[in-house]
Design a protein. Structure first.
Length: 471
């Protein structure tokens, strides 16, 4: 039997069922010499709500496990999901194998031995360009005016690095608005950064956008230095609403829980010269540091403009070509609908990355991640990890995550690319016993006896595992 067995198939053969991993039943056509393959899909859509809800990273208050990222732990690439409990509960992280979807462990987050706690205290998790995993909480108000009449101050946004072996946190950065920025006060749910949050190996830039007005916050630090305001002495920069180029036009605020995504330049100097800003009331628009509009979905084909209830966008660059992945839709509020929800569009761009050139390649997952209400959470984190094979060809692992709905890991690469983790898919498994009886299982790993209803099943014959459609 091939070594590159999908873990789901191995689990089924051993009798442990399909509950720990499964795959997207859809197939994706080759486009422009590129292929999209699913390695693992753990979602409400393909597992069912009851089975999906049993996962550790699905427990707790709805919407509390809002963000995820990819990182490396002892040479293994992993998914790290942040569980930021509401109502002053303690925070935790869940670690999952990126290539197989295998659950590895859950760790409580601690500061000096005490649990990290507080409302949405680890709301954003990320991994910097030097493999430091970091977390930061949300800020209900970035400029605080105490009720007791004492002096107002900038709220301290504390960034911690995470020890993926113990869950211990180390304070790496503490950034706040200055008195000159007080008028730009607002709530911030999510942050982004590039470079090295510890500043030991490189510089770092941090950015966020509040829910009020058309504002961006930014701080930066040189290697070995402390963080200072990014915008000529100010931590906040405000766009004049009359001059702003938003999508749709003439918006006066980004909307609920907006996301700011720093664009990495080819020089990788982490200077944060451009930002995508994406909110509930706006689709993603690209701005420079002076908040001049460069491009955005207002210039894209209308059918490619995402629905305005979900936030997130991610650049992908492989083999000198530019691509972008973004959530096209969120949940509908009507859980009985048959429409696709929480789906990602993966598109190609020209070398200038102009939105007018946007060309859709695939929708992933084809059936969406799910239609589960997520407590008002709007963020849809997408992470990309690039692998170069033995022939120098690049391919991308793309993590699509949506709290309360699940995640999928897809590879996007030229058809000649050699996946370093081996091929994924039960079709690659070689039979060991063609004379054994055939057993049928549904996609939740439950054995099905008697007459089979039309649908997709997993069959096992000896050590042979395959997909079968019953019509």
């Amino acid at each position: 039997m091939k070594k590159s067995l999908l873990i789901a198939a191995a689990a089924l053969v051993s009798g442990t069922g399909f509950a720990q991993s499964t795959v997207d039943p859809a197939t994706y056509e080759e486009v422009d010499g590129l292929v999209l393959k699913n390695r693992v899909l753990l979602s409400e859509t393909n597992l069912g709500r009851e089975e999906f809800g049993k996962y550790k990273w699905m427990t707790g208050t709805p919407g509390s496990a809002r963000t995820a990222c990819t990182a490396n732990l002892d040479g293994k690439d992993v998914i790290v999901i942040s569980q930021s409990a509401a109502a002053d509960g303690a925070a935790a992280i869940h670690i999952i194998d990126l290539a197989t979807g295998e659950y590895l462990k859950t760790l409580s987050l601690t500061v000096d031995g005490a649990p990290l706690s507080g409302t949405l205290c680890a709301n954003t998790i990320g991994c910097d360009d030097f493999n430091h995993v970091w977390v930061v909480g949300y800020a209900a108000s970035t400029w605080v005016t105490p009720k007791d009449g004492s002096e107002s101050y900038g709220y301290e946004n504390k960034f911690y690095t995470v020890d993926l072996k113990t869950g211990a946190l180390t304070l790496a950065a503490n950034v706040a608005l200055t008195p000159d920025d007080a008028e730009a006060n607002g709530r911030v749910d999510y942050f982004d950064l590039v470079g090295d949050i510890t500043r030991t190996e490189g510089r770092c830039a941090i950015a966020a956008v509040p829910t009020v007005g058309l504002t961006i916050y930014g701080w930066e630090a040189e290697q070995g230095g402390e963080f200072v305001p990014m915008f000529e002495g100010y931590a906040a920069s405000i766009i004049d609403a009359a001059a702003a180029q938003t999508c749709p036009a003439e918006q006066t605020a980004w909307g609920t829980a907006p996301v700011c995504k720093i664009v990495k330049n080819d020089a990788a100097d982490f200077s944060a010269q451009m930002f995508y800003i994406d909110g509930m009331s706006t689709a993603a628009v690209l701005y420079d540091r002076g908040l001049q509009c460069i491009d955005g979905f207002m210039n894209a084909e209308s059918g490619l403009v995402p629905k305005l209830n979900i936030n997130g966008i991610c650049d992908i660059a492989i083999n000198g070509k530019k691509y972008v992945a973004y959530p096209f839709s969120g949940h509908s509020g009507n859980e009985k609908t048959d429409e696709v929800h929480h789906e990602t569009y993966i598109c190609a761009l020209n070398d200038a990355m102009e939105f007018s050139s946007l060309k859709k390649l695939w929708t992933a997952p084809a059936a969406g991640l799910g239609n589960h209400s997520d407590g008002g959470t709007r963020v849809y984190p997408i992470s990309v990890k690039i692998y170069k094979d033995v022939n120098g060809v690049e391919g991308a692992y793309i993590l699509l995550y949506k709290c309360m709905n699940g995640f999928g890991v897809y590879t996007m690469a030229p058809k000649e690319w050699i996946d370093p983790n081996g091929d994924a898919g039960v079709e690659d498994i070689i039979a060991d016993d063609n004379n054994a009886p055939v057993e049928y299982f549904n996609l939740n790993g439950v054995k099905v006896n008697g007459d089979l209803a039309p649908g997709l099943y997993i069959t096992r014959q000896g050590n042979k595992v395959a997909k079968k459609v019953v019509k």
